[in-house]
Design a protein around this ligand. Structure first.
Ligand SMILES: Cc1cc2nc3c(=O)[nH]c(=O)nc-3n(C[C@H](O)[C@H](O)[C@H](O)COP(=O)(O)OP(=O)(O)OC[C@H]3O[C@@H](n4cnc5c(N)ncnc54)[C@H](O)[C@@H]3O)c2cc1C
Length: 315
């Protein structure tokens, strides 16, 4: 059976949703094994076992996480060789993609990013050019290294698996051009993270500085808040909320776009959402070309009505 190595970065007290998606996918393709950087709690160990991971690789040296992606890539490459992995799966963040690229160079292996599905033969389905085309691609050199978009896999129900066996991997520590010297935790918003959320409510220049209606609807739906670049550039919301070509790529089940025109660079980050609902007062806004449901109206009227109705039905 193929060994499929899943890279997990600093899980904290629990595995992230994307980690569980990757483990589920690895289990569908073969036998999941894990390369885990950072601390391993008993809870995470049990969760890994419950998602089918029999063996867990950790670095034999400390401090690799402080060397930015260079240290992480050195570890993952060493773990892939130690595990004799047939394929390596990572998440699809910018950092994970850079780690994948560096591992590809170290192992002389092909890398495919932005996967939305992976077949038993490790052929990959990708959605490209802002979702206008679906492409099937395969790695032809070395073990495939694949980064997988969040929400591409339905997480399997955890089983009563045993605690994975921990194996230490020797890693040649790379010379550091830069080193992390301090970390500070971002205050928890109580909302799901944008990368992982099943529902995203995003606002653009049309919110005119007030993200209140966007946040209220996101909270009523249990979703995350996103934004167009016009909104983040205006300073109305943090840059980490930007969705699009130069922002985050999201693939939620539901994407509500409010006061966003739907420029190609914005579509590039959200077009693979399962259902797109657009609210815009301009009936000719390009966003309506890709929306499953379109509401022509003022978001300051439409969104509060939707929020009130959802909250009424919930109570
Ligand atoms: C290299 C490059 C990379 C880029 N990367 C990104 C990216 O990652 N993400 C991104 O978003 N953009 C990106 N952009 C910018 C992109 O081209 C657009 O300029 C941007 O997406 C526009 O944001 P917007 O739709 O919020 O604003 P606008 O284009 O100004 O649209 C605002 C919309 O809101 C509507 N509206 C106004 N008031 C209301 C109201 N009260 N109720 C309802 N609707 C209302 C208007 O009808 C309009 O359609 C990039 C551009 C370049 C050149």
């Amino acid at each position: 059976m193929a060994h499929v190595l899943v890279y997990i970065d600093t899980p904290g007290e629990h595995l992230h949703k994307t980690d569980r998606e990757l483990l589920t996918l690895a289990g569908m393709l073969g036998e999941p094994v894990v390369a885990l950087l950072g601390d391993l709690t008993d809870g995470v160990s049990a969760e890994l076992g419950a998602h089918g991971a029999g063996v867990l690789y950790q670095p034999a040296v400390d401090g690799l996480g402080e060397l930015l992606v260079a240290g992480k890539a050195a570890f993952l490459a060493a773990a892939a060789e130690e595990a004799a992995a047939d394929a390596v799966l990572l998440g699809n963040t910018f950092e994970a993609k850079e780690i994948a690229a560096r591992v590809g160079i170290r192992l002389s292996a092909g890398v495919i990013t932005d996967a939305i599905a992976v077949g038993k033969d490790f052929s990959v389905t990708k959605s490209v050019f802002a979702g206008s085309y679906t492409v099937n691609a395969s790695v032809t050199t070395g073990r495939p290294i694949i980064t997988v978009k969040a929400n591409s896999v339905e997480i399997a129900t955890p089983q009563s698996g045993s605690i994975p066996e921990v194996r230490r991997v020797d890693v040649a520590v790379p010379g550091a051009a830069a080193r992390i010297t301090e970390r500070s935790e971002r205050a928890a918003s109580g909302r799901p993270s944008l990368d992982e959320a099943r529902i995203v409510v995003a606002g653009g220049r049309g919110v005119d500085g007030d993200f209140g209606p966007i946040e209220d609807l996101a909270d009523a739906l249990g979703g995350a808040v996103g934004a167009s670049r016009a909104a983040t550039d205006a300073g109305w919301i943090d840059h980490s909320a930007q969705i699009g070509q130069t922002g985050k790529t999201v693939s939620p089940q539901l994407y509500v776009s409010a006061g966003i025109s739907g420029a190609i660079q914005q579509k590039a980050g959200m077009q693979t959402a399962k259902v797109i609902v657009a609210v815009n007062k301009d009936p000719d806004a390009p966003v309506f070309d890709i929306a499953d449901f379109g509401i022509v109206g003022d978001l300051t009227t439409v969104l509060p009505q939707a929020t009130a109705e959802i909250n009424k039905r919930r109570s």
